[in-house]
Each structure stands twice: as structure tokens, then as C-alpha cells.
Design a protein around this ligand. Structure first.
Ligand SMILES: NC(=O)c1ccc[n+]([C@@H]2O[C@H](COP(=O)([O-])OP(=O)(O)OC[C@H]3O[C@@H](n4cnc5c(N)ncnc54)[C@H](O)[C@@H]3O)[C@@H](O)[C@H]2O)c1
Length: 509
């Protein structure tokens, strides 16, 4: 048992070890929350430099009217660079943000244990190492937890509070309560590779890169599909150019290696090439996109205006896209209803005879019962500004024109891509939801914490568990089964958690 008091938050001195990007941000958060803060860095002079840059950031907060001058002066007086670990002896909480190397972190914590009291909470900000492993060499590992802040720490609210195998519940509770008192939104999670966010978010990048590798669409069109149809703030290509291809790929590889090369986490060959060739994104002037001076911003493929059909027939229900019926009628196009409304694999019949259907995870060309054109998922068809189409190889240009005209009449831009199984948003969302359900079933975190983590950690327009409810487990299972049929590597095999949920759903229906 540790000597940690679970019932209260840390009120005394907070020490931050490693004063690079994350250490400085975390120190600023603790300082503004009212703690005396000690800074230590192994590189001589760096803790003092960090104190100066934190002070400069506090000045900017005063200029913006977010901090009073008196509070800034008091905060500066509470900030103390240290020259040796021994100067951290009075800390109630030490947060480590040194280089991502397990041996360095382990050595640091065993040294720290010599100086701090037994009631001092110890935390690592690691994003990819095992909290249990980092605590492995400690005399008292019970008071050790992960506190995973996101960059920039002063702005992003999410903190993953990670409980290693040896972490006492009291220590995790105290860490949780402390960061909550700092105005952050903590979520609890188990010590598994990638924690919540870096695990559940992997398909957001991987699926887009796969669609690109299959030459089904270019980066700008894939980004536009996920933004303007999917509702995500940024597409995976532009986002990884911002994060840095080296940084994003390192996370993917680390999670993949930690899961012993499970095909669900396989990294992208195209991204590997970018990293190897130094095309790291914005910081190197080029990544997926050219960021050099005078570079033309990438534009998605967008169809020219086409004539809208006057009338369409809708057979059955369009499943998660059923609101399209209302939108088509609102656009003044006559809708003839046909078929069984309980058939959720319904379709829209165009006047020329081609059939439009929400992508079901397979390719449009696979369905030999007619000429199909698949359209991609939107998490909100009313708000979506773009719809993506994937025509079967048998579709004639006039068929595609009719489909384009229909969606343009609803006020949407239209992109036509190659006939790839699961298109763009369908496969991305189905995989994210499956990863999220699997993480919950394996006790990584509770459903609400997973949704909160994905909304706040990576800005998703909703939580994956919430999407599971809206889209239906049966639909998601069908999508993954079709993808698994198309790519039988195991990557798309639905998790037992999704299958169980789908079975329960069918029992109720
Ligand atoms: N950068 C991010 O976006 C991000 C986000 C979340 C978590 N993290 C994690 O936070 C940690 C720090 O990342 P960063 O980006 O701030 O790194 P960084 O390179 O900016 O800073 C690391 C600092 O640690 C110092 N250091 C190295 N070894 C030390 C030791 N033994 N004792 C004391 N100081 C030492 C270095 O001199 C440097 O100042 C890593 O574990 C990383 O995985 C980073």
C-alpha cells in the first residue's frame, strides 16, 4: 500500500522533470492552478530557460486579459528552476516528461525515490510506454500512475489517468482529482498500448492511407470526404502533416509493435516512405502535401454541375442514410416509395435504372443484381456539404451523372472515387467504432470515458460509442464482414464485442 491520501487533491508543490514541450505546458497548468512548481531538466540551464519561457507565456495571458498582472507576479514567484533532483524533495506530485526512453525514465524514478517523501505521487506523461514497466524498478510502485496530457497541455483539456498493474486505487484517485481541480477533463484508463486515444484513433489514419495506397482517391479528396461528409475537423493527410509524419508514424508503429504485429494496427507503407525520405509535413516544408512558399493548396476532385432527376424510387430503408429521403423530397424531387420499409439495405433507383446504395463495406461492382453506385456515410447528412460516390465498373457515364445531379440538388458538392470496398467514411467509422467497443470490452476504459477521450483528445465530432448506437451494431458488423471478405488478413474481423452487441440488437428487433 502507498501512503497516498485518496480523498484529497494535491495542494502543495508540484515538480516537473523534463522541461521540453510537454514539461513546460504541464508546469504552466500547475502554476496557474496555484501550486509552487519546481522544474528540473538534465540539460544544464534548460530548467531556467523553461522558467523564462513559461514566464513569457504568462505575460501573453495577461496581454490577452486571461490572467491579472497580480496573479502573473504571484505565479512567477512560485516558479523555481532546480539544479539537482534533491531540490524536489518537498514535492507532493512529480510529473515526468523526459525523453520517451524506458531505461531513462526508470532510472530517473529510482533516483527520485531517494529524495521525495513516501506520500509523494509520481506520474509519467509517457504516450507510448507501459506505465507498469516504467514503475517496475520502484521500491513503492503503488504511488505511480500515468498522467497523459495532450499537446499543447495548457489548451487541451483531456488527461488520460493511467493505472498500471501496481498502481494503488488511492494514487489513481488522487491523480484524477488533482488534474480535475486544475480544470482538466480526466478519463480513467488501463495500462494498454496507446491508452484510449492513441489506440482507438489508429484507423482514422490507416484507413485513409489504405484507400490512397489502392489509388482509389487522392489525399485532398479523402481529406475532404472525412471533413465535409464525415464531419471530422481535419482530414488524416492534412492532420498528419501538421502533427509530423515521423511523430504520427512512431505512435502507429509503437502500438503495432506493442500488440505483437496484430494486423489491425499495421502501419502504412506510403507513410513509411514519407518518413524515410524526410518528408515530415509542415515542419519540413513537405509531407503528403507541399507546404513550400507559393504552393497551391490541394483541391479535392469535385464534379461539375449535372442535371437533377425529377423523380426517384426508394426501395426499403436506407439504414443510417434514411434521412436522405426527406432531403430529396425537400429538394423538390418526387420520391416514389417501394419495397419493405423494414429492409435496411434499401436503395435509390434512378430514372436511368442505376441503383444508389449506402456503401455496405463491399465494392459496388460486387453486387451483380443491378448497376450499383455506392455513396459514402455521413454522420449528419443534413449538415454534410459533400457526398462521395463510388460507381460499379458497369455504371455508364449517364448513370453517374444522374447520381451526381441528385446529390447536387440537395446542395452538396460531389466527389467520384474509384470503387473501393467500404469507401472512405464507412470503413473509417466502422473500424473506429469496433476498436472502441473492443477497448471497452477489454476493460481499457468505460464507454463514457472512451467517448470523452475521442471528442476532447482528437476533436472527433462525436464519441464512437454514441456512433455505435446511432449506426447500429448489425449494420457495422455487416460492413466489417464485407471488408473482411474483401481483405482477408484479419484486420477487418469484427471484434467479439461488436458481434455480441449485434446479436443482442437482433434479438430485440
Ligand atoms: N510532444 C507531444 O506531443 C507529447 C504529447 C504527450 C506526451 N508526450 C510525452 O512527453 C514526454 C516528453 O515529450 P516532449 O515532446 O516534451 O519532449 P522534449 O524533447 O521536448 O523534452 C524532453 C526534455 O527532457 C529532458 N531530459 C531528457 N532526459 C532527462 C532526464 N534523465 N532527466 C531530466 N530531464 C531529461 C531533455 O533535456 C528535454 O528538455 C515523452 O515521454 C513523450 O512521449 C509528448
Amino acid at each position: 500500500m502507498s501512503a497516498i491520501d485518496r480523498s484529497s487533491t494535491v495542494t502543495g508543490t508540484v515538480a516537473v522533470v523534463g522541461t521540453g514541450t510537454m514539461g513546460q505546458g504541464i508546469a504552466q497548468v500547475a502554476l496557474v492552478a496555484g501550486h509552487p512548481v519546481r522544474l528540473y531538466d538534465a540539460a544544464p540551464g534548460r530548467a531556467a530557460e523553461a522558467a523564462a519561457s513559461i514566464a513569457a507565456r504568462l505575460d501573453r495571458l495577461v496581454e490577452k486579459g486571461r490572467l491579472t498582472a497580480a496573479d502573473r507576479d504571484a505565479a512567477r514567484a512560485r516558479l523555481h528552476p532546480a539544479r539537482a533532483l534533491a531540490e524536489l524533495a518537498d514535492a507532493e506530485l512529480v510529473i515526468e516528461a523526459v525523453v520517451e526512453d524506458p531505461a531513462v525514465k526508470q532510472k530517473l524514478f529510482t533516483e527520485l525515490e531517494e529524495f521525495v517523501g513516501d506520500a509523494c505521487l509520481l506520474a509519467t506523461n509517457t504516450s507510448s510506454l507501459s506505465v507498469t514497466a516504467v514503475a517496475g524498478a520502484l521500491r513503492t510502485p503503488g504511488r505511480f500512475a500515468g498522467l497523459h496530457f495532450f499537446n499543447p497541455a495548457p489548451l487541451l483539456p483531456l488527461v488520460e489517468v493511467v493505472r498500471g498493474s501496481a498502481t494503488d486505487a488511492a494514487a489513481a484517485d488522487r491523480a484524477y482529482a488533482t488534474v480535475a481541480a486544475w480544470g482538466k477533463t480526466p478519463v480513467r484508463c488501463a495500462d494498454t498500448p496507446g491508452f484510449i486515444v492513441n489506440r482507438v484513433a489508429r484507423p482514422f489514419y490507416a484507413e485513409a492511407f489504405r484507400v490512397y495506397e489502392e489509388r482509389a482517391a487522392d489525399p485532398a479528396t479523402i481529406d475532404a470526404a472525412l471533413r465535409e461528409s464525415g464531419g471530422f475537423k481535419m482530414g488524416p493527410f492534412e492532420l498528419t502533416d501538421l502533427i509530423g509524419q515521423d511523430v504520427n508514424e512512431a505512435v502507429t508503429r509503437s502500438v503495432w509493435e506493442s500488440f505483437f504485429h496484430d494486423p489491425k494496427f499495421t502501419p502504412s507503407l506510403a507513410q513509411r516512405r514519407l518518413v524515410e525520405s524526410g518528408l515530415h509535413g509542415r515542419k519540413s516544408g513537405r509531407g503528403w502535401y507541399d507546404h513550400g512558399a507559393g504552393a497551391t493548396p490541394p483541391a479535392p476532385h469535385t464534379a461539375e454541375p449535372r442535371r437533377a432527376p425529377r423523380e426517384v424510387t426508394i426501395e426499403g430503408s436506407l439504414g443510417p442514410a434514411d434521412v436522405l429521403r426527406e432531403l430529396i423530397e425537400e429538394a423538390g424531387i418526387k420520391v416514389v416509395r417501394d419495397g419493405d420499409p423494414a429492409d435496411w439495405k434499401g436503395r435509390i433507383e434512378l430514372p436511368g435504372g442505376a441503383l444508389l446504395r449506402l456503401s455496405d463495406g463491399g465494392a459496388a461492382s460486387d453486387d451483380e443484381s443491378g448497376t450499383y453506385i455506392h455513396f459514402d456515410l455521413s454522420l449528419d447528412y443534413r449538415a454534410a456539404t459533400r457526398i462521395v460516390l463510388a460507381p460499379a465498373d458497369s455504371a455508364a457515364p449517364e448513370d453517374v451523372d444522374e447520381a451526381i445531379g441528385l446529390f447536387q440538388a440537395l446542395g452538396k458538392q460531389v466527389s467520384v472515387i474509384d470503387d473501393v470496398p467500404g469507401m472512405i467514411v464507412v470503413r473509417t467509422v466502422a473500424m473506429i467504432v469496433d476498436f472502441a467497443l473492443d477497448a471497452v470490452a477489454r476493460g481499457v476504459a468505460g464507454p463514457e470515458d472512451v467517448d470523452t477521450a475521442m471528442r476532447l483528445g482528437v476533436n472527433y465530432p462525436g464519441g464512437p460509442l454514441e456512433w455505435a448506437g446511432r449506426l447500429g451494431a448489425t449494420w457495422l458488423e455487416c460492413v466489417l464482414d464485407a471488408l473482411h471478405y474483401a481483405y482477408p488478413t484479419g484486420r477487418y474481423g469484427a471484434s467479439p464485442a461488436l458481434r455480441r452487441r449485434a446479436a443482442a440488437e437482433r434479438k430485440v428487433l
